[in-house]
Design a protein around this ligand. Structure first.
Ligand SMILES: Cc1cc2nc3c(=O)[nH]c(=O)nc-3n(C[C@H](O)[C@H](O)[C@H](O)COP(=O)(O)O)c2cc1C
Length: 161
């Protein structure tokens, strides 16, 4: 499948999800890497991370290796931060804007509520066709359920080809 998944993962959940998509769809994946991430532990994690997401702070990021122009389909996957997407996703969509792609948006969160994040990311990708969205709850804690949800979602994707 001529598809690229661009994703950000701070604590491994979205990385796990990306590995499952790669397994089921044989797509290319690229993890966004940020140089100034929040601390990994303690309250600072949520304070710094949440604030950076709400303020839409520009993170210092390594360049995307993949050429987005080479793909018909783009999958964007990310953890929900303070109800929206993390700055890495904002920054990536600003730096590498694309048009006329089939787009799938995949969010992971602790609460299962990714509605606002989905709306924000959809707005950032105006000019593309948002084909479908998937919201996953704490994938690493619910691997069996997550795998089944991803498998079902991937079957829908391949069914459309
Ligand atoms: C800074 C920060 C803010 C978060 N904000 C939310 C939130 O608003 N709603 C929610 O359901 N989960 C929130 N979470 C939990 C993550 O969305 C969830 O654990 C996600 O699956 C983590 O993905 P990752 O392991 O790929 O980073 C937050 C986590 C962090 C670190």
């Amino acid at each position: 499948m001529n598809a690229l998944m661009i994703y950000y993962s701070f604590e491994g959940n979205t990385d796990y999800v990306a590995s499952k998509f790669k397994e089921y769809l044989d797509i290319d994946t690229e993890r966004l890497t940020v140089m100034n991430e929040p601390p990994k532990k303690g309250l600072g994690k949520f304070l710094h991370g949440g604030k950076s997401a709400l303020r839409k702070e520009d993170p210092r990021m390594n360049a995307l290796q993949a050429d987005v122009r080479a793909y018909d389909t783009i999958l964007i996957a990310f953890p929900v931060w303070a109800g929206t997407c993390p700055p890495a996703i904002d920054m990536c969509l600003k730096t590498y804007p694309f048009k006329d792609k089939n787009v799938y948006i995949i969010a992971t969160s602790a609460s299962g509520n990714a509605k606002k994040a989905m709306i924000n990311v959809t707005e950032m990708m105006a000019g593309n066709l948002i084909v479908d969205t998937l919201s996953l709850t704490s994938p690493l804690k619910n691997k069996e359920k997550t795998d089944a949800q991803i498998q079902e979602f991937c079957q829908k994707i391949t069914g459309r080809l």
